[in-house]
Design a protein around this ligand. Structure first.
Ligand code: SF4
Length: 312
């Protein structure tokens, strides 16, 4: 059963938990909380108003089947997803209309973007559609990069359950920089870990992005040394969205800040303390709902000393 707690309590809980991690880094606006040397360019859109961050969903917009092969118990859509059949031969339809839209958007917004990035995701495993992703990445490289004069950081979400070494080679060759592995989706499967080991050979950056789900606590702690051995660059710990479709399957405190999410009881910060104590090298980012909520805002904070046109 879900127990809704007031937002004041949710804020207070997070601030208290943050105090338990002495080496925590917090951005000037207080929203970004992480440990580690640095964060990937793919994390920047959570902290600045970065208009040229596109989320390209691998679904019916590209003429692909809508659905996910996994059945996460916390997912609002899992009842539909479990009927889904993986067909890696299907290629999306990257139409001239979509290209026109993406091109215009890139040209209009690139000037105010430090690190343009494109995310390939949706309610599925994006790497079922490797050829489609490669086609889009190559198009950005050939047509958009020369126009905007900035490199683009391409990153894809995956479960790691359907990806071969040949797929990884193709992705790297086309210009994909980073993969985000949702390990909770496969219940931290050995197959997913093996894919990550292979991906380490081909990818510039590897991120584990999985919910700080109290039910996964033991697996999350077991995962920490494994991903250190693999050479993962960053661990993003997200919050679980609660919707009418999944609320009866979830238990614990919840709060509403933009979306309603499950409160993790401090698991993110317990994990950060473990990573610090064991001396693991990857960064850990708290992707709680305040971060997601504030990433929707319009204003980008620029320090007056860094802003040439500033009048304040
Ligand atoms: S992988 Fe994502 S979309 Fe698929 S069932 Fe799990 S949470 Fe839902």
């Amino acid at each position: 059963m879900i127990n809704l707690i007031p937002i004041q309590q949710a804020y207070s809980n997070i601030f208290q938990r943050q105090k338990s991690v002495p080496s925590l880094k917090v951005s000037e606006d207080g929203i970004r909380a992480y440990i580690g040397e640095k964060l990937s360019p793919s994390s920047e859109h959570y902290f600045i108003n970065d208009n040229f961050v596109k989320h390209i969903t691998l679904d019916k917009v590209l003429g692909l089947p809508s659905g996910c092969p996994m059945s996460c118990d916390y997912c609002p859509g899992y009842k539909e997803h479990k009927e889904f059949t993986v067909d890696k031969t299907i290629v999306g339809d990257f139409t001239d209309g979509i290209k026109d839209y993406l091109f215009n958007d890139a040209v209009m917004t690139a000037f105010e973007t430090e690190h343009p990035s494109i995310l390939y995701g949706g309610d599925t495993d994006s790497l079922i559609y490797v050829d489609t992703i490669c086609e889009i990445v190559k198009w950005y490289t050939d047509k958009v990069v020369p126009m905007i004069g900035k490199d683009i950081w391409h990153h894809c979400y995956t479960t790691g359950m359907f990806t071969t070494e040949e797929d990884l080679e193709k992705l790297a060759e086309s210009g994909v920089n980073e993969l985000h592995f949702h390990l909770g989706a496969s219940d931290f499967s050995e197959t997913a870990y093996d894919t990550m080991r292979l991906a380490r050979i081909y990818m510039e950056s590897i991120i584990v992005e999985t919910p700080s789900y109290p039910k996964h606590k033991d697996q999350l702690f077991k995962m920490l040394p494994i991903i250190e051995d693999i050479g993962v660059d960053q661990l993003n710990l997200s919050a679980i969205d609660i919707k009418n479709a999944n609320r009866k399957r979830l238990h614990g405190d919840a709060y509403k800040a933009f979306n309603m999410v499950l409160d993790d009881g401090g698991l993110v910060y317990d994990i950060m303390n473990e990573v610090v104590e064991k001396g693991y090298s990857y960064s850990v980012l708290d992707l709680n709902n305040f971060v997601v909520m504030h990433s929707q805002g319009e204003a980008k904070w620029v320090r007056p000393q860094d802003c040439e046109d500033c009048t304040f």
